[in-house]
Design a protein. Sequence first.
Length: 276
Amino acid sequence: MKLTKMHGLGNDFVFLTDEAGATKDYTELAQRLCHRQTGIGADGLIVVVPSEVADTRMRIINADGSEAEMCGNGIRCFAKYVYERGLVAKETFTIETLAGIMEPTLHINNGKVEQVTVNMGKPRFTAKDIPMKADVPMVKHFPVEVAGQTYEVSSVLLGVPHTEVFVDDVTKVPITTLGPALERHPLFPQGTNVNFVEVVDATHIKVRTWERGAGATLACGTGCCSSVVMAHENGFTGRDVDVAVYLGTLHIRYEEDGTVFMTGPAAEVFETELVI
């Protein structure tokens, strides 16, 4: 089987194309390939499959084998993958995901995709949509107790559930302990991604993410989008914000009508063949 390793600002994925992959169970394969000591190593497995409602379809399986609705960094890599392999010929096209139809626009230089802008859709704010066991129209400044401490969180659904914790310094956050504790908190029946957000100024934030099903990652596209949305809704930033992650920056635009646009890079690492 031909496999490709790709990453979006360090959030890395193993790609494969499977014409018969619409309903396959990739749990075991994802766990095997994504293992960083015994496999290729990645945050998730992404499978390109045919779509009946869009130009193509993306399935993303987390490193633990669970299937996610969508992935922001993954979909930029996906757009680069299908365009550069001739699977899609258009520079703006549609991708079917479990979170709905996404529309990337490619920024191309000498035939290679360097940046991708993705229409990420509109966020949903009610606790029922996230879902979260709380009766509030918008989850802001919501107290959550973890290990005897109370944290104020903001939560939103942007394809996948995200919970934001605003902090003074992202470098001092105990991501590997507080992240999983919030991810699996009883308030979130389907779990949640967790973003720790440091507001630098009205146009810049820093984000560190604990991803549901993948753990601490170098970047999370939907997490950066959700962080900008909730930073704006909390009155901390404007609508055009640069988001600094470990290896670079994503630009997020949160339109007046609620639509979120994400622009950032996608990179191919290598191709290989393995007997599966």
